[in-house]
Design a protein around this ligand. Structure first.
Ligand SMILES: CC(C)(COP(=O)(O)OP(=O)(O)OC[C@H]1O[C@@H](n2cnc3c(N)ncnc32)[C@H](O)[C@@H]1OP(=O)(O)O)[C@@H](O)C(=O)NCCC(=O)NCCS
Length: 178
């Protein structure tokens, strides 16, 4: 007998595609669902996508891509996490925790020693609860027309491997932010 979707423990899966339609399915079609439009920043699309479905409905997402950065002028790579989204009616149930955990499990296979993300200041405690740490250093990111701007949002990092330690020093992304 088929089970009712809400009686099945949610699981995060890799998504084959994640377009604006899937994002709208989760967050609705508003023009600033992440609350970051005031920054005026341009963002990169993510390359790998993880999601949670309840029945036929996509209710959560986290995306990933590999990025080149420098920390204190030393070049390295990180995994950028972005597009973290949970449908408004199912927030507070651990779905962000679940979908970010699935994304980070994959990120651990990608090579870089850390993941980074950008968030609005009110979300810092949430990400800290999930094991991320805020960076107090300046983080500069690329924008169109070769502009380099200081990221106005908070930057958070989390280790992907045992004993990974984020070095001190200013950070520069060699791309748009994610
Ligand atoms: C931010 C967002 C993804 C959170 O989703 P969610 O499913 O409600 O989050 P979860 O229920 O998984 O909560 C994650 C953890 O943070 C904790 N948490 C939530 N709010 C918190 C707060 N203000 N302070 C401290 N911890 C908090 C939760 O208790 C949970 O920890 P636990 O599992 O140990 O109990 C969701 O509100 C959202 O989609 N917002 C709109 C889009 C957006 O802003 N995305 C963020 C882009 S960076």
């Amino acid at each position: 007998m088929p089970q009712h979707p809400s009686s099945v423990a949610p699981a995060a899966v890799r998504l084959l595609q994640y377009t604006r339609a899937e994002q709208d399915e989760i967050l609705g079609g508003g023009d600033d669902p992440f609350g970051v439009a005031a920054t005026g920043l341009r963002w990169l699309s993510k390359e790998d996508h993880f999601g949670v479905r309840q029945g036929d409905r996509l209710v959560a997402h986290a995306g990933l891509l590999r990025l080149s950065v420098s920390v204190d002028d030393i070049e390295t790579q990180v995994v950028g996490v972005g597009g973290v989204a949970v449908a408004p009616d199912v927030r507070g149930q651990g779905l962000a925790r679940l979908v970010i955990a699935a994304a980070l499990e994959h990120a651990r296979t990608m090579g870089p020693r850390h993941a980074i993300l950008f968030c609005r200041p009110p979300l810092v405690p949430l990400y800290q609860r999930l094991g991320w740490h805020p960076l107090d250093e300046d983080v500069r990111v690329e924008q169109p027309e070769n502009r380099l701007v200081t990221m106005p949002l908070r930057t958070m990092v989390t280790p992907l491997h045992d004993h990974a330690h984020w070095p001190s020093g200013p950070v520069r992304l060699f791309s748009l932010p994610m």
